[in-house]
Design a protein around this ligand. Structure first.
Ligand code: HEC
Ligand code: HEC
Ligand code: HEC
Ligand code: HEC
Length: 126
């Protein structure tokens, strides 16, 4: 009986590790590589350590949903192409969300992320 329980635990742990490896959970870090300079977004830190609600960013998901359409499915490179994003291009969507929150936090004298162009976008060293 006890042995059965232990092997159940081992099996559960094994299945859990498959979930992680197969990437059902969100990435820890998302990187963007625009010509202007690389942006490193610590997704896991923002969601788990800073405890920002998923729907604050994933604003079209229902509360409790853990997956769905991503920003660039709706917010495209140009305003004209962003029909599903109400004409808000990707650059403006990210800047409004990312920079917007950091600026608000800074104003409130709370810990904040970068608000300067080249502190968030880091040019590759030559
Ligand atoms: C501070 C903003 C923010 C928060 C909070 C946030 N996300 Fe994300 N998430 C993003 C961005 C940005 C991407 C990258 C997608 C893109 O750029 O189109 C992303 C990507 C994802 C992806 C796609 C897979 C991947 O890793 O690329 C999943 C799944 C996801 N998030 C789930 C969640 C869940 C679940 C929560 C809450 C526990 C959450 N996110 C909280 C901004 C956020
Ligand atoms: C399913 C399509 C869809 C997805 C996915 C989506 N958006 Fe949007 N977004 C919209 C629409 C439609 C609007 C305009 C209406 C509204 O504000 O809800 C919008 C508006 C916005 C705005 C402007 C809000 C304001 O107050 O002016 C920001 C910023 C934004 N989105 C950021 C993001 C980010 C960042 C992501 C990914 C984490 C994302 N969006 C994913 C459709 C989408
Ligand atoms: C709702 C608020 C909020 C949003 C939205 C948000 N951030 Fe942040 N971000 C923070 C806070 C708070 C910190 C400071 C964390 C600390 O000092 O421990 C931070 C820190 C950072 C840092 C500094 C390095 C690190 O990981 O601590 C970077 C870079 C960053 N954010 C990028 C982004 C990008 C890119 C986006 C949009 C995809 C984004 N942030 C969206 C609140 C936000
Ligand atoms: C908090 C982080 C953050 C700050 C601050 C920030 N950006 Fe961005 N920026 C981003 C993210 C994220 C993207 C989306 C990159 C992508 O879609 O690949 C972006 C996209 C861009 C793009 C479009 C790149 C492309 O090829 O589509 C340009 C240009 C840009 N930013 C310039 C600026 C300038 C100029 C400033 C200062 C006024 C600035 N950024 C401040 C995070 C930031």
């Amino acid at each position: 009986m006890k042995k059965g329980l232990i092997s159940m635990g081992v099996l559960a742990g094994f299945l859990f590790s498959i979930l992680i490896v197969s990437g059902i959970f969100a990435k820890d870090v998302v990187e963007y590589n625009p010509a202007y300079g690389k942006v490193t977004f610590t997704h896991k830190k923002h969601a788990e350590t800073l405890k920002i609600d998923c729907v604050k960013c994933h604003h079209t998901w229902k509360k409790g949903e853990t997956t769905g359409k991503l920003c660039k499915d709706c917010h495209k490179a140009t305003k004209e192409a962003s029909k599903d994003g109400k004409g808000i291009a990707a650059k403006d969507a990210y800047h409004k969300d990312c920079k917007g929150c950091h600026e608000e936090a800074k104003k409130a004298n709370k810990p904040s992320g970068p608000t300067g162009c080249t502190t968030c976008h880091v040019k590759a060293k030559k």
